[in-house]
Structure formats: structure tokens, C-alpha cells
Design a protein around this ligand. Structure first.
Ligand code: C2E
Ligand code: CA
Ligand code: CA
Length: 577
């Protein structure tokens, strides 16, 4: 409305092209004697780019065939019209049209003013457009075009307030794809991206326009259901989503299957704030994963107690790592025929000062997930080597000390070098060290694992397969990898004194391992009968509560001395006879 103050004219129209819908524009028309402009949306009836191609300074319009956007000026009595493009760089944002009630030749002064106004308009429009782009980038996910975490949180906040006022119910679905990492690792990131995009598409088909789907990042999505009757509705939609993902996805011409785990929280029952609802939905999603994936789980308060304990454990674990406070105990491995102590397994023990005994089965998985297992594992290795040397100076000569290595630690770059450095620090011959690894590790990225195993073998470090029989038992790897020892899992040993089948299994494992030139350890031997069966089957070493629990370093030394003394006495007695 201030246009007439800047550049003289009787009426005028500003045409602003719609960037999202080509051929459409918004026009702001200012008629003679009016102070307010009229706004309208119209279809552009000619190619503006072409019209101004060689006339950036502006053109006089033909009265007979005027473009649609300035028809109103003619109705208003304009006899001549001057059109100036609103351009910045190569970008045409629109057109400014000035109308005059008399036919006139425009002076160069006027033309200059008009083009200056357009320059300013173009600058303003470019700024607005840039702001819109920034808004979009800040609120939408680049890959899928879905809302991002920030927009999602804003909307959820709004919906919470509305639901609180109207006493309504909201549901929040937290969706995480199962085993997405495998596709990313095996097929590459672009295939992973493609899958994410397609999953986003399927999710969008499933929900109403009023529901907001967003991608929080990675393979995590959320859906906000803003008007539901109750739990059943949320459960039904979650189920539909799981079903919709069951059809294969075609990526690069090959088919992929993927499933998801979904956690659900409801407002107001499961939380009153954005953070609380999201956190609880995330917890429920984890439970769905733990329960076997490809399913939906509603949040329950008990889940929080477990989660709280976990968080506490994690922070305690950090303190333990920083203060190097983790303890190491040693469980003896005995020769099954002579009952002489020939080896030890190093096992981590939570420092006593803490509350009720936290077992490795509880803290090792947390250490795994947080990566704290890496420093803990090296500390254990260091302590174990130290113990071995300490025992030797006391005259207790073991064949080997076994140390557990978590897959995470094993996969650390520089793992072998670190192990060698620790051995060197204690001047311990590598042949005395046995690293226990799990079966599942051998199924991962075959090539790299094989290289690390061979490198360890080249340095004469021994390897044992722990918990044998619980993993995938792909027997091929027994032949393929340089492993010296097989440890039969304690779940087999557990039933050996009661049933036939486990006995057959252990016999088969022992025969097979011996056939491949490997020694066999049975762990978890708890009673005499179990021991007798294993000894009769020719199992080389036995380990378990029947003989001893894991003990501190000095207790172990006394135990070994006493036990091996007994063995010597027996041998002497036998020799006398
Ligand atoms: P694992 O490597 O299979 O260790 C053997 C487990 O069996 C130990 O449990 C040991 O105390 C227990 N055990 C020994 N004899 C008997 C028995 O007669 N009956 C029964 N029921 N159990 C017996 P622990 O010490 O609780 O360790 C549990 C798991 O934690 C270990 O299983 C291992 O996977 C992990 N772990 C322990 N220490 C370390 C470590 O230093 N590094 C890593 N990466 N993992 C460790
Ligand atoms: Ca072990
Ligand atoms: Ca084991």
C-alpha cells in the first residue's frame, strides 16, 4: 500500500509466483483511490521467464492481449501499463505492474525507480524463501521428508496441552527396526537409506492425516495418534504397522525382509510430558526387542524400575572403571584324571563395597552395550597375567590362564597389539594365555575375525570357544579356525547326571573335539555324578563348584597348593604299592 509513495502510478499489481505450485501465483492488486490491496490466487497464463528474457528493465504491456494478472488494472481504467520483473540472480520471483490512467511514455527516472523497488522486493522474497528452507531443514528429515525430532516434540507438546484440556487420550508409538544394522553393513548405506525411505512410505500409508509420523533418526520412528478412544486403538494400529512391514521390500532389485519392535505409551496414563512419554515408549520398545522382536509392547510402570536399576548400574560401572576397582577372581580348572589344578579362569567380580551382589550376568551385558567392557577387559587381562606370574614365583605352575574376551573388545582395532603389550609388561610367555571367545563371534564378518584369530595364533596365544553348543554350532568353523580348546556349556553338564540325551551330546562333543585335535573343558560341574560321567567320557579338564568357586588370587594359590599336594601324595601312595 505504500508503493505509490515510492514510485508514481495510478494503480498497480504485484504478482508473486508460487514456488511450490508452478503456474500459480498470488496477486496483490491496488486500485485507484484505494488504500488496501486485494489479494487473489490465480493461474498464470503465459511464460513469464520468456516474456522478460531480453527485457529485464521492463516492458510496456499490449492493451489488447494483457496477461490475466493485470486485467483488474484495465477494468480500473489503466490506459498504459509498465511491467518490471522481480529478479534476483537468475531467480524470477514475480512481476510488478504499474498502471496509468493516461497513455504515457515512461521517463527514465520512473523506470529506474520501478526497477529499484523490484530489486528490494526480490531481496525480501529471497530472504523469506531462505527462511522457509531453513525452517524446513530444521523441522523435517532430509531422507524421508517426515517430521524430525524437533517438530515431533513441538507437536506432541501441543497435543498434550490440548488433550489435557479436553480430557482426551493420546498414544505414542515408538518404532525401531529390527536388525537394521545388518542390512546397512552387508548391503551398504545407500541400500539402508533406501530401505528407511520405503519403510517411511509404508508407515505413512497406515495412519490418518491427523496423526504425525516422524523419524527421530537412524532406524527410529514415532507416530503420534492424537485422537484415539483407548488402548485397543493404539494396539490395533501397531499391529497393522507390524503386518504392513511383513511384505518384502525391493531394493536394488533384490528382496529384503524387515520387522520392527514397537513400544506404546498413552497420555495421560504413562506420562505427562514429552520427555516422559518418549522415554517410557523407548523403554517399552526395548522390552519388545528383548521379548523376541517383531512385536508391540505397552509401557508398564515395572519397566521403569528395571530401567532405573540399569541406569544406576551403568553409572556405578563408570566409577568402577575410572577407579580401576573391578575385582578379578580365579576358578580352577582340573585335570579330569588326576584332579590336579592345571589352569584357571579369570572371572570379574563386583567390588564388595557395593550393595547386594551384582553378578557378571547382570553387569557384563551393560558393560558390553556401553563399551566399558573394553577398558574392563584389558584390566582383567592385565590382572590375570599378574596373577599367573605371582603364582609361578610361589612355585605354582599352571598350564594356562583363561581370560574372557567380549566380542566388542575383540573387534577393537589394535586388540592384538594391546594383548601383546600386556603380556610383554609382565614378561609372560604368550603360550600360557588362553583367550575365551564365544561361538557367535565366529559367525560375524568372517574375514576380519579370521585374520585376528590367525594373528593371535601366530603369536602362540591359545584360544578357547566358550559356552560351546549354545550358539549356532556351525561346526565348519572348528576346522577353519586355530582354536585349541572347546568349553562345553554348563547347561549340558547340568543335566548329564539325570538324562541320557545330554550324555550322548557331551560324548559326541568330546569325540569330535578330540578328532580335531582339540582339548575339552566341561564347566559347571556341580556334583560327583556329573564329574564321573565326564571323566569316563574322556573330557580333559573339569571346572565347577564341585571343586571350587572362583577365588581371590591368594586363596587360589593355597587351594592349588593343597590340591596338587594331595595329588602328589596319592601318586606317592600309588607308587609305594
Ligand atoms: P562364563 O565365561 O561361561 O563363565 C563361567 C561362569 O560359570 C562363571 O559365572 C562361573 O562362576 C560359573 N560357574 C562356575 N562353576 C559353576 C558351577 O558349578 N555351577 C554353576 N551354575 N555356575 C558355575 P560368572 O562368574 O557369574 O560369569 C558369568 C559370565 O560373565 C561369564 O560366563 C562370562 O561370560 C562373563 N564374564 C565374567 N568375567 C568376565 C570377563 O572378565 N570378561 C568378559 N568379557 N566376560 C566375563
Ligand atoms: Ca568363560
Ligand atoms: Ca562358559
Amino acid at each position: 500500500s505504500r508503493l505509490r509513495d515510492i514510485v508514481p502510478c495510478d494503480n498497480a499489481v504485484v504478482t508473486v509466483l508460487d514456488r511450490a505450485a508452478p503456474k500459480m501465483a498470488k496477486i496483490y492488486t491496488m486500485l485507484t483511490g484505494e488504500d488496501e490491496s486485494i489479494t487473489k490466487r490465480i493461474k498464470i497464463d503465459r511464460d513469464l521467464e520468456l516474456m522478460f528474457k531480453d527485457a529485464q528493465a521492463g516492458i510496456f504491456l499490449d492493451q489488447d492481449k494483457p496477461p490475466d494478472f493485470c486485467r483488474a488494472l484495465i477494468h480500473d481504467g489503466a490506459k498504459s501499463m509498465f511491467c518490471v520483473p522481480i529478479i534476483k540472480g537468475k531467480q524470477l520471483y514475480g512481476v510488478l505492474t504499474l498502471g496509468y490512467l493516461q497513455s504515457l511514455e515512461l521517463g527514465s527516472e520512473l523506470m529506474h525507480q520501478a526497477s529499484e523497488v523490484c530489486g528490494r522486493l526480490a531481496l525480501a522474497m529471497a530472504t523469506v524463501e531462505r527462511d522457509e528452507q531453513l525452517y524446513h531443514q530444521a523441522h523435517f528429515d532430509n531422507l524421508t521428508g517426515l517430521a524430525n525430532r524437533q517438530l515431533f516434540a513441538q507437536r506432541l507438546e501441543l497435543e498434550i496441552r490440548r488433550a489435557a484440556r479436553d480430557r482426551g487420550t493420546l498414544a505414542l508409538l515408538f518404532i525401531d527396526l529390527d536388525n537394521f544394522k545388518i542390512i546397512n553393513d552387508v548391503r551398504g548405506h545407500s541400500a539402508g537409506d533406501e530401505l528407511i525411505r520405503k519403510v517411511a512410505g509404508r508407515l505413512s500409508e497406515r495412519v490418518r492425516d491427523s496423526d504425525l509420523i516422524s523419524r527421530l533418526g537412524g532406524d527410529e520412528f514415532t507416530i503420534l495418534l492424537s485422537s484415539i478412544e483407548g488402548e485397543e486403538d493404539a494396539g490395533r494400529i501397531a499391529k497393522e504397522i507390524l503386518e504392513s512391514l511383513q511384505k518384502p521390500f525391493t531394493i536394488d532389485g533384490s528382496q529384503h525382509f524387515i520387522s520392527a519392535s514397537i513400544g506404546v505409551t498413552l497420555f495421560p496414563g504413562d506420562g505427562g510430558s514429552v520427555e516422559e512419554l518418549l522415554r517410557n515408549a523407548d523403554t517399552a520398545m526395548y522390552r519388545a526387542k528383548e521379548a523376541g522382536r517383531d512385536q508391540c509392547m505397552f509401557f508398564q510402570e515395572e519397566m521403569n524400575l528395571a530401567a532405573v536399576r540399569r541406569v544406576k548400574l551403568e553409572s556405578q560401572l563408570r566409577v568402577v572403571v575410572e577407579s580401576n576397582g573391578m575385582k578379578l577372581h580365579f576358578q580352577p580348572l582340573l585335570d579330569s584324571q588326576t584332579l590336579e589344578v592345571v589352569g584357571a579362569e579369570a572371572l570379574m567380580r563386583w567390588p564388595v563395597s557395593s550393595e547386594r551382589g551384582t553378578s557378571p550376568d547382570e553387569f557384563i551385558p551393560v558393560a558390553e552395550e556401553t563399551g566399558l567392557i573394553v577398558p574392563l577387559g584389558y584390566a582383567a587381562l592385565n590382572e590375570a597375567c599378574r596373577a599367573m606370574i605371582a603364582w609361578r614365583t610361589k612355585g605354582i605352575e599352571l598350564e594356562s590362564i583363561a581370560v574372557n574376551v567380549s566380542p566388542r573388545q575383540f573387534n577393537e582395532p589394535g586388540f592384538v597389539n594391546e594383548v601383546l603389550a600386556i603380556l610383554d609388561r609382565h614378561k609372560l610367555d604368550p603360550r600360557f594365555l588362553e583367550l575365551e571367545i564365544t561361538e557367535s563371534l565366529l559367525l560375524e564378518e568372517v574375514q576380519r575375525i579370521k585374520m585376528v584369530l590367525e594373528e593371535l595364533c601366530r603369536h602362540e596365544i591359545r584360544l578357547a570357544i566358550d559356552d560351546f553348543g549354545t550358539g549356532y554350532s556351525a561346526l565348519g568353523y572348528l576346522r577353519r579356525y586355530p582354536v585349541q580348546t572347546i568349553k562345553i556349556d554348563r547347561s549340558f553338564v547340568h543335566e548329564i547326571d539325570r538324562a541320557e540325551t545330554p550324555q550322548k551330546l557331551t560324548r559326541a562333543i568330546i569325540a569330535m573335539s578330540h578328532g580335531l585335535g582339540k582339548r575339552v573343558v566341561a564347566e559347571g560341574v556341580e556334583n560327583q555324578r556329573q564329574y564321573e560321567v565326564l571323566a569316563a567320557q574322556g573330557c580333559d579338564l573339569v571346572q565347577g563348584h564341585l571343586f571350587s568357586h572362583a577365588m581371590p588370587i591368594d586363596t587360589f594359590a593355597s587351594y592349588a597348593r593343597k590340591q596338587n599336594g594331595k595329588v602328589m601324595m596319592k601318586a606317592l601312595v600309588a607308587g609305594d604299592k
